[in-house]
Design a protein around this ligand. Structure first.
Ligand code: ZN
Length: 319
């Protein structure tokens, strides 16, 4: 039976009142407050939870630095919507154009917002570690787009993959508007693709997820000993201000406290490994040793996995 005109009317009305493409795009993110962490350096400290429909996938610390030539952005967030929110927040602080973007690592909650900045500034260079560029070419960017869209139930829809187009590595420096942006990379830490950005003139360092504050990281792609070593190396900058990938900005205590988490995790797991316990048998002891961190977001969810990962790394180091 052919559909009659009366059955088609609701469809026609629905079509007329929904502009094409609207359903393919998640809603805007309400503007978050921005914190000035030192002269000309601003951070939007994102929510601490995992991506969900309420936070719309926004969870990192997008940052921007206002130089005399224009704005340099670090990690514009998890979606095109987060990048657009960042553009609006930046416009309240400065009318200068965005002249460069740095992406600290492959995890999509930090860089999928590139898309919005690039749409507004088509020529802007995006810097990232060569391993990040390689992982995106291998499909990791697409995986992150899909993961965030699933976890947020479509709130990040419309986000695509806009990765770095300029490879940078340890020791590279850039000059923008009278400020130096120095890249640090010390091998596999949080991931294989981490860069940290130091601005000596402002004594500030952006740590990516090599350091978190008040929140337990996903360390599945990392190396605990490498991450501990990276914390030591970045503390050598002697910066006054450290901006973690998630959680509040602070002084040298921020990397030190996080490094201590990793050290306690590793040494406690090693202690019970040496005593012949398996990973699930040592959970209570490790939880107790890490008691100072029990209030951090994600502690209960991640503890078992962190013990398992530490166990595998202790075991590998044993051979
Ligand atoms: Zn990460």
């Amino acid at each position: 039976m052919k559909p009659g005109i009366t059955t088609l009317i609701p469809l026609i009305i629905a079509f007329l009142f929904s502009p094409p493409g609207l359903a393919d795009r998640g809603p805007a993110i309400t503007d978050y407050p921005v914190d000035q962490v030192t002269d000309e350096v601003y951070v939007i400290h994102g929510p601490l939870g995992m991506p969900n429909p309420e936070n719309q996938g926004f969870m990192n610390n997008p940052a921007f630095v206002i130089t005399s030539d224009g704005i340099v952005v670090i990690d514009p967030g998890s979606s095109v919507q987060t990048g657009e929110m960042l553009l609006r927040v930046m416009a309240k602080v400065s009318k200068k154009p965005v002249i460069a973007i740095f992406n600290t690592h492959i995890h999509g909650d930090h860089w999928l917002g590139n898309q919005a900045i690039r749409a507004a500034y088509p020529e802007v260079p995006i810097y990232g570690h060569p391993n990040m560029i390689e992982l995106i070419e291998a499909g990791e960017g697409r995986n992150w787009v899909d993961l965030l869209e699933r976890l947020t139930e479509g709130k990040t829809a419309g986000t695509g993959v806009t990765g770095p187009n300029k490879a940078v590595d340890n020791g590279d420096t850039f000059r923008y508007g009278g400020m130096t942006f120095r890249v640090h990379h010390y091998g596999k830490a949080h991931t294989t693709s981490d860069i940290m950005i130091e601005i000596p003139e402002r004594s500030v360092t952006f740590l990516g997820d090599n350091v978190l504050n008040d929140r337990i990281p996903r360390i599945n792609d990392g190396e605990i000993q490498g991450n501990i070593e990276t914390c030591s190396r970045i503390l050598e900058t002697g910066s006054s201000t450290y901006v973690p990938g998630h959680g509040p900005t602070g002084d040298a205590e921020v990397p030190k406290v996080f490094q201590r988490y990793l050290e306690i995790l590793y040494t406690t797991v090693k202690k019970y490994y040496d005593e012949g316990l398996s990973d699930f048998e040592m959970k209570d002891q490790v939880a107790e040793a890490l008691g100072a961190y029990a209030g951090w977001s994600g502690f209960d969810e991640q503890l078992g996995r962190h013990i398992s990962l530490a166990y595998l790394q202790v075991e590998a180091a044993d051979f």
